[in-house]
Ligand binder design. Structure first.
Ligand code: URA
Length: 239
């Protein structure tokens, strides 16, 4: 149970003192009945509180978290085909959060979630050029001269041009490990780019998104962002 003046201030309607005044002026109703004492307690889960006849609800708290997505989970809150989704991994939260952008079913790694719509919109908009770093195992021995193709830009199936800065980390007999830095974020961009240069992706992991990593977070687990990380995200997209 919550005191009505505290509830009104949580809703951003008034300071607690001013809330007392609204009550004594008879402007607050709970379930349709005018209340008269500022100490009146309500049950937030079921009582309907109105100011001057308008229903009021608490301002939604913004939350931000990072999931270390394992392969085999769809980046969606529900799946019509009944497959496992990332929402199955992000549980026990009071607010509903949404994934920022997407990772393919078989892609692993850093996936941000929030209920901050404006930040999410900007982080995924190509205009803001947010940096994403991927590590890919690709088929075949990649030659160094292939690396120069990526920053020049490669035509994607959707007609756009994809650009990446690529480093060759390791060359094995049958595959190579590369890291790619991208700033646009087109659908299946890494897979299309690698295929276009003759080295299809075998395994893909996103190591970081806008500088945020999953270091220390086990696959399938998540953590809240720190205040510093949230401030930095806002700064990167001019919020
Ligand atoms: N690029 C891809 O091809 N797949 C992803 O999941 C992310 C980026």
């Amino acid at each position: 149970m919550t005191r009505i003046n505290k509830y009104l201030s949580q809703c951003g309607v008034a300071s607690r003192r001013h809330a007392d005044k609204l009550v004594t002026e008879g402007r607050i109703t709970v379930n349709g009945a005018i209340i008269e004492t500022p100490g009146f307690k309500i049950d937030e889960s079921k009582d309907e509180v109105c100011l001057d006849g308008q229903v009021i609800t608490p301002a939604e708290k913004k939350i931000y978290l990072i999931l270390n997505k394992p392969a085999g989970y769809v980046t969606s809150l529900t799946d019509p085909q009944g497959r496992k989704t990332v929402a199955d991994l992000v549980t026990d939260l009071e607010q509903r959060v949404y994934p920022v952008g997407r990772l393919d079913l078989d892609t692993e790694g850093t996936l941000l979630f929030t209920n901050d719509g404006e930040l999410a919109h900007r982080l995924t908009h190509p205009k803001y050029g947010v940096k994403k770093i991927y590590r890919a195992r690709v088929k075949g021995r990649m030659r160094r001269d292939k690396l120069v193709l990526f920053p020049k830009g490669i035509k994607l199936p959707d007609g756009n041009i994809g650009r990446a800065i690529v480093n060759l980390e390791k060359i094995n007999d049958e595959d190579s490990i590369i890291t790619l830095e991208l700033t646009e974020g087109r659908k299946r961009e890494v897979k299309h780019l690698c295929k276009a240069v003759g080295h299809p992706v075998i395994k893909l992991v996103r190591d970081s998104f806008a500088g945020i990593t999953c270091d220390g977070v086990a696959p399938g687990k998540w953590r809240f962002l720190s205040a510093e990380e949230i401030a930095d995200l806002n700064y990167q997209v001019k919020l």
